[in-house]
Design a protein around this ligand. Sequence first.
Ligand SMILES: C[S@@+](CC[C@H](N)C(=O)[O-])C[C@H]1O[C@@H](n2cnc3c(N)ncnc32)[C@H](O)[C@@H]1O
Length: 234
Amino acid sequence: MSPIVRLAPSLNRMTPRVIPAIVLLAALGSGCGGSSSQHSATERASELPDPQTYAATLDARERYWWQQPKRVVELLDCAPGMTVVDLGAGTGYFLPYLSSAVGPSGQVLALDVERAMVDMMVQRVRRDRLLNVSPGVVPPDDPALTPRSVDRVLVVNTWHHLNDRVAYAQKLLHALRPGGLVLIVDFDEESPKGPPVEMRLTPSTVVAELESAGFSAELLEESIPYQYAIAGRR
Ligand SMILES: C[S@@+](CC[C@H](N)C(=O)[O-])C[C@H]1O[C@@H](n2cnc3c(N)ncnc32)[C@H](O)[C@@H]1O
């Protein structure tokens, strides 16, 4: 069964498994991924960098050393055959690493609220032949996933964009299979990268939000510059 039944009922019937953005949304995105111009979901419409500028920031070569995508994906603890969600996937920066981690028998759902981002992911998927990756547009308040259909959810530099985060976390909890894991990576208060300081969330806030939603959550010991990583387990 497709994990995205409500929005893309024919997802698994399409060949290749890459889908175009199926759902049109009015919500607009904001600057992100290491720029200091990030804004919350509620502020998106007012200060929108154009998608190419946004993409250039997310895909900047220098990001590799501080983002450490291989380390992040290691923390997600994937296994071949798993179904993994990249929530707020942007241009798909993490997709090659996730695709490789779950292998040909696994599936990666690359979800974003922005159609322009999803279009870029579709291009990346075609260019890099990431045949187990399916990009899709989702509403701002719902990952639109079938209950107990996914094993892992990665949320990088995106959690602070969500509005009602406890309600959102509950939806993620329902989407996870038993033993499932959500990994939230976001910017430290002291980081020279990231959104304005007043928008940053402390690790204890994120842990408390996940716990309120019903997760068992902990701050992971990790070595990613500028950022913390929090695991929420079902
Ligand atoms: C800072 S970017 C991070 C992109 C990607 N995770 C990365 O690290 O390269 C945040 C992304 O989250 C998306 N986003 C914001 N609010 C969202 C929501 N409610 N649901 C899904 N995606 C959202 C934005 O459109 C944007 O692409």
